[in-house]
Design a protein around this ligand. Structure first.
Ligand code: PLP
Length: 414
């Protein structure tokens, strides 16, 4: 169902795969084993922790009162007001239930608004045809800029409609736009692993305006990990539209597209509509999650937790004699050990941490459920794993992984 939840992505034959219940950052598998999630926290959805009491209570109230009827749920209006209030440049909102779906809606609206079909994009934006069309390039292998995302089933006639560009390379984007006057949409995450170079985002904004292209910031993953809203608010550059997902409902399905009304109005000339986009749990969970995020100061806290995690990874690696590089936004932190084999290290860390009761690898998506006590426990366990890595070469580590290495996923362009 989701590439990045497949057990083989973590530990072939060893990963618990299915869960029974959750609480905070605890996950119980079907055999009743309890793990501490110091990894992806529901693929980045739960910054308040799993089973947040306030969000769950709001959802239970909806279940008691009714989730869907012939009439509309007022919560979608309240949520639109809330998101537009947090992003003063935006005037309208629409809602969906998955991130890729929100991105596909945004592209449809941007195409309708610009009157042009082609899209320049950077990074990952879901599974839909508009996006995978980039992997249909005639020189398929060279053109496989997102390895692992196969485009079988995507109409070949879409080849040449989506063009990738590299993050932080403004001249390359400028060339792309001048070579393809059919580009009417620029779709990107404002930041993922690498910070923007000085002037890069401002330059993208200027190019979009000059070429009459709609600029969309995909905040499906970066949103609400500081500040409360899109990361672009801190980066100081406004898009024409933005998409949100993941954290918005703290684990409940709700995603959003917000935008300037001039652009969003183009949706009136297109058919964009779906029954379950009007169910009530999604927007109710989002309103409760946003209230809790604000009350708990969650975006700021997870940023600081991630910052401390990145520093402690460095410290314990150095004291074990390893050279380690940290990456990502603090709340979406990752590490690599550059002079070692990445799949071996990832699988070995996952295996040894699992033995000690942690769902953990070289990534940590922070949550306010990652309290100091839990982090102390985590670092004690991780320190012992780093020491083992330092004491054994990659061949030796692989011998201790009889079921093979974790599969590697697709690479992002950001
Ligand atoms: C930036 C970005 N956009 C879109 C998506 C797709 O979201 P979903 O998996 O909810 O469809 C993701 C998921 O990882 C993402 O990171």
């Amino acid at each position: 169902m989701l590439l990045s939840k497949r057990a083989e992505m973590y530990l072939p034959q060893g990963w618990p795969a299915y869960f029974d219940r959750t609480d905070g950052c605890q996950v119980w598998d079907l055999d009743g084993n309890r793990f501490l999630d110091l990894g992806f926290m529901g693929v980045g959805t739960n910054i308040l922790g799993y089973s947040d009491p306030a969000v769950d209570a709001a959802v239970r109230e909806v279940i008691d009162k009714g989730n869907l009827s012939t009439l509309n749920a007022p919560e979608e209006v309240f949520l639109a007001e809330r998101l537009v209030g947090l992003h003063p440049w935006a005037e309208m909102a629409r809602f969906a239930r998955s991130g890729g779906e929100a991105c596909a809606i945004a592209v449809r609206i941007a195409r309708a608004a610009s009157g042009r079909d082609e899209v320049a994009f950077c990074g990952y934006h879901g599974w839909h045809d508009w996006y995978l069309a980039a992997n249909l390039a005639a020189d398929a292998l060279d053109g496989h800029l997102l390895p692992g995302l196969e485009p079988a089933g995507v109409p070949r006639s879409l080849a040449g409609t989506s063009h990738p560009f590299a993050y932080n390379d403004l001249p390359a984007l400028e060339t792309l736009l001048s070579e393809h006057p059919g580009i009417g949409t620029i779709f990107m995450e404002p930041q993922r692993s690498t910070p923007p170079k000085a002037g890069f985002l401002e330059g993208v904004r200027e190019l979009a305006t000059r070429h009459g292209a709609v600029l969309i910031f995909d905040e499906c993953t970066s949103g609400f990990r500081r500040p409360l809203g899109g990361l672009h608010l801190d980066l100081g550059v406004n898009p024409d539209m933005a998409t949100f997902g993941k954290t918005l409902g703290n684990g409940y399905a709700i995603t959003a597209i917000i935008g300037r009304s001039e652009v969003m109005q183009a949706a009136q000339q297109s058919f964009i509509s779906s029954t379950f986009w009007t169910e009530r749990i999604g927007p109710t969970a989002a309103l409760a999650a946003l209230a809790a995020m604000e009350a708990e100061d969650a975006p700021d806290r997870i940023h600081h937790i991630g910052d401390a995690v990145q520093r402690t990874w460095q410290e314990i690696a150095t004291s074990a004699g390893l050279s380690l590089t940290v990456g990502g936004l603090p709340a979406l932190a990752s590490f690599t050990i550059p002079d070692r084999d990445a799949p071996t290290i990832k699988t070995f860390v996952t295996s040894r941490m699992l033995d000690q009761g942690f769902l953990a690898g070289p990534n940590l998506y922070t949550s306010i459920a990652h309290t100091p006590d839990i982090l102390d426990e985590y670092f004690v366990a991780l320190r012992s794993v780093f020491e083992e890595i330092a004491a054994n070469d990659d061949d030796e580590l692989r011998k201790q992984l009889p079921d093979g290495l974790a599969q590697s996923g697709f690479r992002r362009l950001t």
